[in-house]
Each structure stands twice: as structure tokens, then as C-alpha cells.
Design a protein around this ligand. Structure first.
Ligand code: C2E
Ligand code: MG
Ligand code: MG
Length: 784
């Protein structure tokens, strides 16, 4: 079932503000905000850590760049050293071009002396083109031998500067032989070789420079990875003769890549594990002998700072995120707690501890959005005269009664039904509807249990409950819950105003139409009176005992609405009695009748008839009622006994003493008095004894004899006789059947007012009627 979103309840229902109606939506919104905040925190954490990771990677690349740079620096230093050694030997070669050092001992000694003094050579020598060599050690004497098989001699004789791999000299120290060719000045052919040996430590000294606090390793290797000059760092000891000879073998792919690079004389870098540590390594080719500088440092060493910063940043980001999340959770907890307190304030009824109206609306709306095929009724109830209970028993007892009533609501409610207090003594419930009987029965039980509320019950005070219900009908369209409740209230008001024995009733569309009609009438009645839309009609009363002569006429008002046409009094009199407008209208009718009497009977040529007007219950209790009516009668100079005032029987019954006084007073002021509608309600024959009305108007109910015609007739006959004996005339109202005219005449009834003779007619028409009246045709005129 579709339920229109409810509007804020009207102010009189003492309901909380509109904002509270949106509480569930607000709480969803708040939850969403929390989820959003947590998501932002997590996103911050993820992005923060990702950023740190990325920055660490970038820094790692930088680190590799540094190592490659350090490797290059070492390479340059080595090459510079080697080139210096070559340059020295080349200078010596030029100097000795013309000399045969093999035979010229003096020259050789000079050379050895000059080179040995400025260099770290441990050996210097000369070989002729046949490889016949003479050399001198730094410490022991001169040697001669044929060195043509030595590679460094061969290569130099082939015209190439050469540096040998490490070799053991006579002192068992590892040395490297540098050799450069000596060219014949004239022919340009190689005529000999100058060579010298350097201790390997000369190169090692270079590679040992800047090795990261002794934790780095630098080697000169060949393109197969064999050590040419191995680092003397203790960490390098025991690593075999090749960089690939590691306790944890290098992964094959890396090994292949290194060898391929070296074969192609390319530089490169790698990550390797050595002695339980990760190491970053780089290699770059030297400009001679397919040699390489290989450089390795522990990764932790170069990236320790970076690692610390990375770790620290990640920890800070994580802690900050956790603190944020904790804050958010804390705020949420506090908010939830506060919300519960506010919800209690906003949704729990202070007196009963149950739902207040606002909460009822929210919950009922939820139920009606998903009825699962169940039909519901909105039920409304309030305690009769609760104000007096508060006055009589005190507010505390009043509150206890409301609490008690709320508990009964709870007890009589079924699963899936909800209930609450609107305000004051008004309660609302949404009940499952099976049939009208069930709902009415449950209301009775509700009311019955309330009636035995101990405090009032023991004092003999009868507490009563009035209720109304609206059965939700999809055919009524999308009604809001307030509209539904209004309908239940309308039904309840209906029973309350009826003042009968009924205590509960269901809403019907007629009630609503009546309400709408009343609203429309109320908005137009004043203007209608000013615009002369109210018209006085007269209905004749025919004296059936005297040749059907006209005895008088009753003034009956009509509303000639320009929009709705002629509206009979039944549609507006009771409303005007409720809203007080009847006072103005009755006065208007009375004055119109007086004026008519003066103009047409006193001053005109119409025969003297008694004209009667109806007096409403409200007019009767006005303090100036008699004086103002008398003043008007006198103003128009109407003699006594010409105007009759009709009071309804219910009026006399309700306030017998007042009625008796008023009738007596009216008669004293020259009015005739009649009791109207006698027999329509709670007639009391006893009442007639003390109230001296002139006329008894028998209600048409009397003549609807029903099954037992004889009995009915007897009753009417005896009432007529009794009225006669009390000096009252009788007028039978609403007679529209000819047979009744004869019967009533026989029974002694004085007059008839009914359609059988004439319907009520406008004042002008009545004049014509009087003129043309000849006792009525076929109306069983008694002659004689
Ligand atoms: P009421 O005073 O008892 O008036 C008699 C009603 O019976 C009139 O209805 C009249 O038209 C109707 N009636 C007369 N003969 C017949 C008949 O043969 N058959 C039927 N079915 N009805 C007949 P009306 O004019 O509709 O007035 C209804 C009631 O409205 C009156 O009942 C009276 O209580 C009230 N009323 C009318 N005019 C006024 C007024 O100016 N002031 C006050 N306070 N009440 C008025
Ligand atoms: Mg009347
Ligand atoms: Mg009447």
C-alpha cells in the first residue's frame, strides 16, 4: 500500500518538530558520514604507505646510481694509475731508443736508478726483440734470461702496452708486469721492450679507497668473473677465485646476464646475497685486458637511513590513521549515546513511557509501507471529561490513569500493532483490521478495563472512553497518517456529539462530506443572511374540526443559495445551533413573520391567522430571549395570541424547570406556546402536567403505525383526549395521507399540518393560497 509521506502533525497535537520526523534518515546520513570518514582514513593510510613505498623505490634506484658512480670512480682511478705507469715506461722507452741496454750496463743502471727512485716498482728490466732480457730487482741484483715466452713481453714486442695478471715474483709476492715497446727511431719497428713490475697492492690500494666503512668489496675481475685483484677486506676472504663462487649460489638468470654484459663489455648492476646479507653490486669494464671493476656494498648499509626514514614514515602514518580512526569511533560512540538520549526525549512519552505521537507516525509509516497484505485501522480514543478527573482526583491520579490506559493499550495490542499517546488524554493505535466487530470489540474491552481504574472506580466515578476508527482503504487514495487520524477523530467526535449511548464508531465518507458541507455553510452563512438568501416559507395548519378552515401557519426557513438552489433546513439548522448562528436566523424569521403579520393582516386584508415560529434551544437560554421577542412583537403592534412559539420536545425534556418558567413567561407576554415534535423523542406525559403549553404538535412518527395499527391509533386517540382534558389543542404534523385526515378528525385532533393540504410555500404564495383556499378538494371535508 502506498502511504503519502506524513506532514508534521498539527500544533494542537503537541508534537515534536518536523526535523525529528526525519530522525531515521538523519541517522543513516550520520552513519554514512562515519563510513566516509573511516574510508578517508583508510585511503589516507593506503595512499600514504604507497607513497612511502614509491619514495623508497625511487631512493633505491638512486642508491644503485650512487654505487654505479662509485664503481666508475674506482675504474677511473685504476685506469689513471695504469696510464701513469705506462707513461713512465713509455718516457723511458723513448730515452733508451738509441741504446742497447742489454750490453750497456751503465745505461741500464742509470735507467733502473731513475725509475726505481720515483716509482714503486719492485723490478725494472729491458728485453731485446728476441726476448733476451736483463732486469734488476729492487732488493737483489741483476738477472738475465730469455723472457720471450712471457705474455707481457710477447704483446709488447707486438707493439702493445701491456699489463699482466698477477704473478708471483722471486720473493713470492704477487706483482703485475707493465710492458711497453721500444721503437727504432729510424725504422719505427719494435726493437725491444721496457718492463717493470708493480706490487699488486698498488692496485689494491686504489680499490680499497672509499669502501663504505670497510663493509664494501671492490675487485678487479676478468670477463669470466675471476679475480684479478681481489679486495683484502676480511669479508671477501673465503669467497674462492670467482665472484660467482658464493655460499648462496647466484641465481642463474643474474649470472647469465652478468656474463652476457661482460662479453659485450657493458656495465651493469645486481642484487645479491652474500654472507647472509643482501648486497647491491655494480660492475663496469676497464679500458684494458677485458677487465672489470666489480663493486659490492651491503644493501642495509647504503639504504639503512632510507629504511629508517621509510619505516618511521610508515609508522607515523599508521599511528596517525589509527588515532583518527579511534577519534572517529569515539565521536561515534558519544554521538550514539547522545542520540539515544535525544531520541528518548523526542520519541518517548513522558507520562506513559511509551511512544509519543511523533514516534508513532514514524513507526506507523514504516508498517504501512510494507503491509504484507494486512489491512489496518487507525484508532483514536479519548477519555470523557478527563479535565474533571484531573480536577476531582488531582493531576497525579490523572497521570496514573494515562499510564494505566497506556498499559491496557499494550495488553490488548497484537503483534505488529503499534500505539502511543498523542497528547493529554488522547491515544492512537494502528490495529490489524479483520472486521469491524473485532475492532469494536477490542475498543469495548479497552473501555471496560479503563472503567475499573482503581482510584476512580473505588470512588464510584465512572470513567468512559470515546473512540473512533478509520479503516485504511486504498480506494481513498494516498492519505497521510495525519489525514487518517483526522478521520478517526472525526468518527469519534460524531459519537461524542451524538451524546447517545454509543461510545465508538467507524469513520464513513458521509461524515467527511458532512464536515466539508458544514465548513462551506459556515463560510457563507453571514453573507447569505445579508444577501437575503434565507427565505421564510409558510405551511398552513388546517382546522379539521371546522370545515378545514385555515387555522394558522408555521414559518419554516429555506436557504435559496445562488449556487446550490433551495436548501431545506434539515441541512443547516443543527449546524447553526452548534455554531450559534441560529440566534441571528431565528430573529430574522421572527421579525419577518411579525412584519408580514403587520403588513398583511393588521394593515392588509388577509384574515387573522395564528402564525407560528420555531424557537431553537440556544435562543431559549439567552437571557434577553423573552424581552427581545416581546419587543419585536410590540414594535409591529401585534396583538396577544397571534404569534405562537414552537419549542421542541427535547428542549422541554432536557431542562424541565427552565422550560416551564419560559413557557409561563412567554404566555404572560402574549405568545401562544406549542410543544413541537411531541412523540419524536423522550416524551414524558408527566411533563405535560406542569408545563402549560397551548398546543401539542404530534410528531409524524406517531402516525407511522407499523404492524400494530390498532394499538398505534389507540395511543394517538388517548393522547389527543388527554391533551384536550389539559386544555391543549392538538396539531398533527406531517400528514400526507387522506385516510389519516379522517381518522384524526374522528379522534378529535384539532388541526393538521401536512402535505395533504399544502407544502410550505413562500410568503407571497401563501397569500394566494389563503385567497383560493376552499377547504381543500377531496380532503374529506366534514360538512356540518
Ligand atoms: P418542524 O418545526 O417540526 O417543521 C415541520 C417539518 O415537517 C417541516 O420541515 C415541514 O416541511 C415538514 N412537513 C410538513 N408536512 C409534511 C408532510 O406531510 N410530510 C413530510 N415528510 N414532511 C412534512 P422543514 O421545513 O424541512 O423543517 C424541518 C425542521 O427544521 C423543522 O421541524 C424545525 O425544527 C426546523 N426549522 C425550520 N425552520 C426553522 C426556523 O426558522 N428556526 C428554527 N429554529 N428551526 C427551524
Ligand atoms: Mg415547528
Ligand atoms: Mg415539528
Amino acid at each position: 500500500m502506498k502511504v503519502k509521506k506524513f506532514n508534521p502533525p498539527p500544533a494542537h497535537r503537541n508534537s515534536p518538530s518536523k526535523n525529528n520526523a526525519n530522525q531515521p534518515h538523519d541517522s543513516i546520513k550520520i552513519n554514512n558520514i562515519y563510513i566516509l570518514a573511516l574510508t578517508v582514513c583508510l585511503a589516507f593510510l593506503i595512499f600514504g604507505l604507497a607513497f612511502v613505498h614509491h619514495a623508497a623505490n625511487l631512493s633505491r634506484e638512486d642508491t644503485i646510481g650512487y654505487i654505479q658512480e662509485a664503481t666508475k670512480q674506482t675504474k677511473f682511478a685504476i685506469e689513471e694509475h695504469i696510464n701513469e705507469e705506462y707513461a713512465t715506461l713509455m718516457a723511458a722507452a723513448i730515452v733508451t731508443q738509441e741504446k742497447n741496454l742489454l750490453t750497456d750496463d751503465k745505461e741500464l743502471s742509470e735507467l733502473i736508478k731513475s725509475l726505481g727512485a720515483n716509482n714503486a716498482y719492485v723490478l725494472i728490466g729491458f728485453a731485446d726483440k728476441n726476448g733476451q732480457a736483463v732486469w734488476a730487482n729492487k732488493h737483489n741484483g741483476r738477472h738475465r734470461a730469455n723472457l720471450s715466452r712471457e705474455s707481457f713481453i710477447k704483446q709488447a714486442l707486438a707493439g702493445k702496452n701491456t699489463l699482466s695478471e698477477g704473478q708471483l715474483d722471486s720473493l713470492k709476492s704477487t706483482v703485475h708486469y707493465y710492458s711497453v715497446p721500444i721503437f727504432d727511431e729510424k725504422t719505427g719497428a719494435v726493437k725491444g721492450v721496457i718492463f717493470a713490475a708493480d706490487p699488486q697492492d698498488e692496485l689494491r690500494m686504489i680499490i680499497n679507497r672509499s669502501l663504505y666503512a670497510g663493509k664494501g668489496l671492490a675487485h678487479i675481475i676478468d670477463n669470466k668473473g675471476n679475480y684479478i685483484v681481489e679486495s683484502d677486506n676480511p669479508l671477501a676472504i673465503g669467497t674462492g677465485s670467482n665472484i660467482f663462487e658464493l655460499p648462496v649460489p647466484m641465481n642463474e638468470e643474474t649470472r647469465r646476464e652478468i656474463l652476457d654484459n661482460m662479453a659485450a663489455r657493458k656495465a651493469g648492476h645486481l642484487k645479491m646475497s652474500f654472507q647472509g646479507e643482501n648486497r647491491l653490486a655494480a660492475y663496469t669494464p676497464l679500458a684494458l685486458n677485458d677487465w672489470y671493476v666489480f663493486y659490492a656494498v651491503p644493501e642495509d648499509l647504503v639504504s639503512a637511513g632510507l629504511k629508517n626514514v621509510t619505516f618511521g614514515t610508515a609508522v607515523i602514518i599508521s599511528i596517525a590513521t589509527c588515532i583518527f580512526i579511534l577519534f572517529i569511533l569515539l565521536i561515534r560512540k558519544v554521538n550514539n549515546h547522545n542520540r539515544k538520549i535525544l531520541e528518548k526525549l523526542a520519541f518517548v512519552d513522558r507520562v506513559t513511557g511509551q511512544r509519543n505521537y511523533q514516534k508513532f507516525l514514524i513507526d506507523a509509516e514504516k508498517i504501512l509501507k510494507n503491509t504484507k497484505g494486512i489491512q489496518y485501522a487507525v484508532c483514536y480514543s479519548d477519555i470523557k471529561g478527563f479535565k474533571y478527573i484531573n480536577d476531582l482526583f488531582g493531576r497525579d491520579i490523572g497521570d496514573q490513569m494515562l499510564h494505566y490506559l497506556a498499559n491496557i493499550q499494550q495488553i490488548i495490542s497484537q503483534e505488529g500493532e503499534i500505539y502511543g499517546r498523542i497528547s493529554g488524554d488522547t491515544f492512537v493505535a494502528l490495529r490489524k483490521y479483520q472486521n469491524k466487530h473485532d475492532i469494536a470489540h477490542r475498543f469495548d474491552s479497552f473501555a471496560q478495563q479503563l472503567s475499573v481504574f482503581p482510584e476512580t472506580f473505588q470512588s464510584g466515578y465512572k470513567v468512559e472512553l470515546y473512540g473512533g476508527a478509520y479503516v485504511i482503504d486504498p480506494a481513498d487514495g494516498d492519505l497521510s497518517l495525519n489525514d487518517m487520524l483526522d478521520r478517526a477523530i472525526l468518527a469519534q467526535k460524531e459519537v461524542k456529539l451524538a451524546e447517545g449511548t454509543k461510545r465508538f464508531c467507524f469513520y464513513s465518507n458521509d461524515m467527511r462530506e458532512q464536515k466539508l458541507w458544514e465548513a462551506e455553510v459556515e463560510s457563507k452563512m453571514d453573507a447569505a443572511l445579508e444577501n437575503n438568501e434565507f427565505q421564510v416559507y409558510l405551511q398552513p395548519k388546517i382546522d379539521i374540526q371546522n370545515n378545514n378552515r385555515i387555522l394558522g401557519a408555521e414559518a419554516l426557513v429555506r436557504w435559496l443559495s445562488p449556487e446550490k438552489g433551495l436548501i431545506p433546513p434539515i441541512h443547516f439548522i443543527s449546524l447553526f445551533e452548534k455554531n450559534g448562528f441560529i440566534l441571528k436566523l431565528d430573529k430574522f424569521v421572527f421579525e419577518t413573520v411579525c412584519r408580514y403579520y403587520k403588513e398583511n393582516i393588521l394593515d392588509g386584508n388577509l384574515p387573522a391567522y395564528i402564525l407560528s415560529v420555531n424557537v431553537s434551544r440556544l435562543a431559549l437560554i439567552q437571557p434577553d430571549f423573552i424581552s427581545s421577542y416581546t419587543a419585536a412583537k410590540n414594535f409591529y403592534g401585534i396583538p396577544d395570541g397571534c404569534i405562537e412559539l414552537e419549542f421542541t420536545e427535547s428542549l422541554a425534556w432536557k431542562n424541565h424547570t427552565l422550560f416551564k418558567t419560559i413557557v409561563a413567561e412567554c404566555k404572560r407576554n402574549g405568545f401562544l406556546c406549542s410543544m413541537d415534535d411531541f412523540g419524536s423523542g423522550h416524551s414524558s406525559l408527566n411533563m405535560l402536567k406542569s408545563i402549560h403549553v397551548d398546543v401539542l404538535k404530534l410528531d409524524r412518527q406517531f402516525f407511522l403505525y407499523g404492524d400494530d395499527v390498532k394499538r398505534g391509533q389507540k395511543l394517538v386517540k388517548n393522547i389527543i383526549m388527554m391533551a384536550k382534558s389539559l386544555n391543549m389543542k392538538t396539531v398533527a404534523e406531517g400528514i400526507d395521507k387522506e385516510i389519516l385526515v379522517n381518522q384524526l378528525r374522528t379522534m378529535g385532533c384539532d388541526a393538521i399540518q401536512g402535505y395533504i393540504f399544502s407544502k410550505p410555500m413562500p410568503l407571497e404564495s401563501f397569500k394566494q393560497f389563503v385567497k383560493s383556499w376552499s377547504g381543500g378538494e377531496n380532503k374529506a371535508i366534514q360538512t356540518g
